[in-house]
Design a protein around this ligand. Structure first.
Ligand code: SF4
Ligand code: SF4
Length: 404
């Protein structure tokens, strides 16, 4: 059999799920109404499923789980389901110990809910008719936030090993959404609030004022047309960020936040806040913005400008992912600058002494990253719009994107 999960991954998954889900023994709620046995542990009504490697690990560590007897029904299940499951039997609550529980035991009564992009948006109650679980439907506040966070991490990692599981839960998630829509009410989705606190996304903008924005473009388009174009860039850039999950979004404005157009956009696109950029040059403005967000407790901070309104959402998502493995991330621009910069701790030196109005920004920044031995990652190249040539290409690019 092909091994999909390594031993150390199983151990990590078990540790993730081992944190207390709730701070009371919920078995006491359901056992009295289920012949004295917690409903989800009742061999009469439940056939626990273990992953092959998980089963083997438990087997080597004390032979706790057994294979379920191959009744007619189980045979049907085995036939219908993928070969990576082991349909099992628990020897009973009397012998239950925390390390012996399966992933299934530790995630019940939840399952992952995936968004349309295939990301685990949170956990939601299973749609189980077989088990009468008194926890189902209870509010989020009774659950340990660390458990919710760990469970989401677990599913995300598990799906990397079992894409079939991801497809299955994607289907279940769509069904859940359809059911909720039909019923005219939402469903309980418990998101990872701790993750949200960890990620900050900032869009740097200029307060839109005729004659003060995109001066190189203004030479050809005039002040009013340039202002209109710039407002469109800002609106489009902020709209892209609507696809970001578990991220707090901020608008960094220069010189001031006192602008109704920006305020309206921030509200419409669920930005958490606006602030005025502070500093004498772009480098200082970056340093101050990063510093403030790290001080507020964010672990990963990513900033983009508003000159690349067609930047793919995927690049921004990748920037946050790259910060899991790196300390610094840059989105390089074809004109020698960068459209995105992200960090998980402050490296002020990288932003000092950079000739910001030149095509040397990217090269000089890279030199500083190498010199400082900073672990960094580069995203794919993209373009920004500074002058009429960029604008002419941008128009055609937008036309192309609309056609796709
Ligand atoms: S999770 Fe639900 S079914 Fe299982 S023991 Fe707790 S209350 Fe009972
Ligand atoms: S291992 Fe424990 S939690 Fe899991 S089914 Fe058995 S008794 Fe219930």
């Amino acid at each position: 059999m092909k091994h999909r999960i390594a031993e150390e991954d199983i151990e990590r998954f078990q540790n993730l799920l081992a944190v207390e889900m709730i701070d009371f023994d919920c078995g006491k709620l359901c056992a009295p109404i289920n012949n004295g046995v917690p409903a989800c542990c009742d061999n009469e009504s439940v056939v626990p499923i273990l992953f092959q490697e998980e089963y083997k690990r438990h087997w080597h560590n004390g032979r706790f789980w057994k294979r379920a007897p191959k009744t007619k029904e189980i045979k049907k299940y085995i036939k219908e389901h993928e070969d990576y499951y082991v349909f099992s039997q628990c020897p009973g609550t009397g012998r239950c110990e925390r390390p012996k529980r399966s992933f299934n035991c530790m995630t019940f009564p939840f399952e992952p809910h995936l968004d349309r992009d295939g990301n685990v948006a949170g956990i939601s109650y299973m749609n189980s008719r077989e088990i009468e679980c008194p926890l189902m439907g209870k509010p989020k506040k009774i659950y340990n936030p660390e458990y919710i966070s760990n469970s989401i991490k677990f599913w995300n990692e598990l799906f990397a090993h079992y894409p079939e599981e991801k497809d299955m839960y994607m289907g279940e998630s769509l069904k859940r959404e359809r059911r909720a829509k039909r019923a005219g009410k939402g469903f309980k989705l418990f998101r990872d609030e701790s993750e949200k606190r960890r990620n900050a996304f900032i869009v740097f903008v200029r307060t839109p004022e005729a004659g003060k924005v995109k001066t190189r473009l203004m030479k050809d388009l005039g002040a009013e047309k340039t202002l209109f174009a710039y407002k469109t860039f800002v609106a489009d850039t902020m709209k892209i960020s609507g696809g970001l999950k578990s991220v707090d979004k901020f608008l960094g404005c220069f010189p001031s936040t006192a602008d109704n157009f920006l305020k309206r956009l921030a509200g419409k696109n669920n930005f958490k806040g606006m602030f005025a950029q502070e500093g004498n040059d772009l480098g200082e403005k970056f340093i101050n913005a990063f510093n403030d967000k790290f001080d507020e407790g964010y672990k990963k901070v990513v900033i983009i400008g508003s000159d690349s309104p067609t930047i793919p959402l995927d690049f921004i998502k990748r920037a946050f992912e790259e910060l899991d493995r790196n300390d610094f991330v840059l989105g390089p621009c074809t004109d020698g600058g960068y459209y995105l910069v992200g960090m998980k701790k402050l490296f002020s030196k990288v932003f000092k002494g950079i000739p910001w109005d030149s095509s040397e920004v990217l090269n000089r920044t890279l030199d500083k990253l190498f010199a400082g031995r900073i672990k960094f990652s580069l995203l794919p190249f993209w373009y920004d719009i500074d002058d009429i040539d960029d604008m002419n290409f941008h128009k055609r690019h937008v036309k192309y994107l609309r056609k796709k």
